[in-house]
Design a protein around this ligand. Structure first.
Ligand code: HEM
Ligand code: CU
Length: 687
């Protein structure tokens, strides 16, 4: 064995030259930021002596509430990264008119690939999984998800995928094949090197995690509802969680299959998607969009649920048209599987096929329209309180109609032929993803934050964030509709048309405002933590809420509810309050069994990371070890039997009675005064 063989055996394709410094200054800067950021966290935890706390209170927890919060932490970190990348891309396109600009074409391609992949798989997905994890079990009166261990495994697989994308910023390069990774470009001859492999394994880890999570959500919604919580009594957010979960179960496996087959092409010389030797890249496009289109509804349905809760709560009204809302969500979920082919209208199938998929696409407009009218009618005649989440909801309604219209336009195959892959498309999907998904997630974060942490978020900074995000969105993306119609294509690092400049600079300004919006969210969080005494809402119902999650202390105890409620109608908590029984002591208490903490899911995630990293660099021994350790973790778990602990009735009684006494002693505040320091978590309708 010569040295080359030995090095390859030990380190695969990894070489010193794959480590920083990178080819350009910006890339080296980004790599340094990742390293410094990680070091900063380590130092901070060591100095404040928080390691043990972090491990035993958070990382090993199987509590759905903590898992939800950890998902959202991942989402925020990744959001920050992807927004910075977006701003960099906008800068590049604005300056690179008849000039090379600030980054090389190859770096630009990495930017749109990581930006898109991170935003979809490691920002939006963790964000919505986190909010569903936190809120849904509380809303249905459950103690936890059905499979708490699997829930943690899902989190840590997602975390492993996110870590892999972060590491790619430091070691080697990421893919330049776009977030959709189309072959034949992503086949070995056209994309040699580690980039596409990083993408394949990061996406595979996250999609495996999401499949598990989807199963868990669906089973929980079917099996863990409190007595009397019939399906048609579920709050709307729980309904959208159910439809999202079902979409996850059916949409993620095609993606896993697509990335796995692509990996076989690249690693083992198979020819699933090559252009010769029997391969056919259209099979990839079909598999990818069989996932990809439902995916956009996975992203938006939970936001629909959040809007329904936010709008009805801050309008002080029941949701208008509950049943039509539910049916609309179900219709959308089913229809979303019938339209995928609109993503390749231009790839040469027959006109009839295009017509069928065009019409199917337009049909989704109908249930979506129903929802918009229901939200408007919920507000109509209500007494609106324009809090920050509600402001986001109003912006959403305006922008969403615009984005929906541009979608209907794109659903015409002939129109799509001319604007295909232009900035018109980029404008359209950001118009859906930012006001639709991201604003929904931010509104949900602000709406439920007081539930999770026991204090409200500071309002002024919330409004500043809203102002920056909304104005920034409009400025950044409306010009792209025009640029698209002028003929500027997506994914271009340099243009030769001087007349694009004003539009590109406007879009650049918009992106700058969005960066400010992100900054405002961070400032809001810091300010709120510092003023948490003044903002405290320990009783737990700061907005005069409708559903069960507001019927616990803030933050809720590990077991959620001391005794499970009996549900007799929709808006269960409103019903209790109306009957004056919200803060009554239960007749008796019983022991509650909850899952014990365990470090196994973290270990499985870490092993998944090792395996994926090793596969990327062809370090076969480490890949095998990683896979073995993952499997070993699952097997080890199946031999454990003492994974639960019992919380004695006496302790539950003590905690619950303390909360009830506090709730009874708290002076209620008028709903319109909910932003006042007097609000201690008991807002009521004005008499
Ligand atoms: C924060 C403000 C944002 C800005 C300024 C922004 C900007 C951009 C830019 C400049 C591109 C590349 C377009 C091109 O290549 O011509 C892009 C692509 C993309 N963005 Fe965003 N974006 C933002 C937010 C988001 C969000 C929130 C999501 C998803 C939830 C998202 C998902 C995507 C996707 C999927 C692509 C396509 C990547 C590809 O072509 O492979 N973006 N964005
Ligand atoms: Cu689609």
């Amino acid at each position: 064995m010569n040295t080359h063989d030995l090095t390859y055996w030990l380190f695969g394709n990894l070489r010193w030259s794959d480590f920083p410094p990178k080819s350009d200054l910006i890339a080296t800067g980004a790599a340094s930021l990742v390293i410094l950021g990680a070091l900063g966290v380590v130092v901070l935890l060591t100095v404040t002596r928080r390691w043990r706390w972090l491990w035993s209170e958070w990382l090993t927890s199987l509590d759905h509430k903590k898992i939800g919060i950890m998902y959202i932490v991942i989402a925020f970190v990744m959001l920050a990264r992807a927004v910075v990348e977006a701003a960099l891309m906008r800068t590049q396109q604005a300056v690179a008119i008849n000039a090379p600009g600030v980054v090389s074409p190859e770096h630009f391609a990495q930017l749109f690939t990581t930006h898109g992949s991170v935003m979809i798989f490691f920002m939006a997905m963790p964000f919505l999984s986190g909010i569903i994890n936190y809120v849904m079990p509380l809303q249905i009166g459950a103690r936890d998800l059905t499979f708490p261990f699997m829930n943690a495994v899902g989190l840590w697989l997602t975390g492993a995928g996110a870590a892999l994308v972060m590491v790619s910023l430091v070691i080697g390069k990421f893919s330049i094949g776009g977030w959709s990774g189309y072959p034949p470009f992503t086949e070995l001859p056209f994309s040699p090197g580690e980039g596409v492999d990083y993408w394949i394994w990061a996406v595979t880890l996250s999609s495996l995690g999401t499949t598990l999570t989807g199963i868990n959500f669906a089973v929980t919604l079917y099996k863990e509802r409190a007595p009397g919580m019939r399906l048609f009594r579920l709050p709307l957010f729980a309904w959208t969680s159910l439809c999202t979960a079902i979409l996850m179960i059916f949409a993620m496996p095609p993606l896993t299959v697509a990335t796995a087959l692509l990996a076989l092409d690249r690693y083992a010389g198979f020819h699933f998607f090559t252009n010769d030797l029997g391969g056919n890249m259209m099979n990839y496009a079909n598999l990818f969009w069989l996932f990809g289109h439902p995916e956009v509804y996975i992203l938006i349905l939970p936001a629909f649920g959040i809007w329904s809760e936010v709008i009805s709560t801050f309008s002080g009204k029941r949701l208008y048209g509950y049943k039509s809302m539910v049916f609309a969500v179900m219709c959308i979920a089913v229809l979303s599987f019938t339209v995928w082919l609109h993503h390749f209208f231009t790839m040469g199938q027959s006109a009839n096929v295009n017509a069928v998929f065009g019409i199917a696409t337009m049909l989704i407009g109908i249930p979506t329209g129903v929802k918009v009218y229901d939200w408007l009618l919920t507000m109509y005649g209500g007494r609106l309180r324009l809090t920050a989440p509600m402001l986001f909801a109003v912006t959403f309604l305006f922008c969403f109609v615009l984005g929906g219209l541009s979608g209907i336009i794109l659903a015409n195959p002939p129109v799509d032929f001319s604007v295909h892959n232009s900035l018109f498309l980029v404008a359209h999907f950001h118009n859906m993803l930012i006001p639709g998904t991201l604003f929904g997630m931010i509104a949900g974060y602000m709406f439920w934050f007081p539930k999770a942490f026991g204090f409200r978020l500071e309002e002024t900074w919330g409004r500043i964030a809203w102002g920056c995000w909304s104005a920034g969105f409009l400025l950044a993306f409306l010009p792209l509709y025009m640029l698209g119609l002028f003929g500027m294509m997506r994914r271009t690092a340099e243009t030769f048309r001087a007349e694009y400049a004003p539009w590109l600079w406007t879009a650049w300004g918009g992106a700058g405002l969005i960066v400010c919006g992100l900054g405002a969210l961070i400032v809001q969080l810091i300010v709120s933590i510092r003023r948490r005494e003044a903002l405290a809402v320990p009783v737990g119902d700061p907005w005069d809420g409708h559903s069960l999650e507001w019927w616990t202390s803030s933050p809720p105890p590990e077991y959620n509810f001391a005794v499970l409620p009996k549900i007799e109608e929709t808006e269960a908590f409103t019903a209790m309050k109306r009957r004056g029984r919200a803060y009554e002591s239960p007749e008796d208490y019983a022991d509650i069994t909850m899952p014990k903490h365990t470090g196994l899911p973290v270990m499985i995630g870490a092993a998944g990371f090792v395996c994926a990293f090793a596969l990327t660099w062809h370090i076969w021994w480490a890949a095998a070890l990683g896979l073995l350790a993952m499997w070993g973790g699952v097997v080890a778990r199946s031999f454990r039997s003492d994974f639960e602990h019992v919380i004695p009735a006496a302790q539950i009684e003590r905690e619950n009675e303390a909360w009830l006494a506090r709730a009874r002693a708290t002076t209620p505040v008028d709903r319109f005064a909910e932003l006042d320091p007097a609000n201690r978590g008991k807002a009521v309708e004005r008499q």
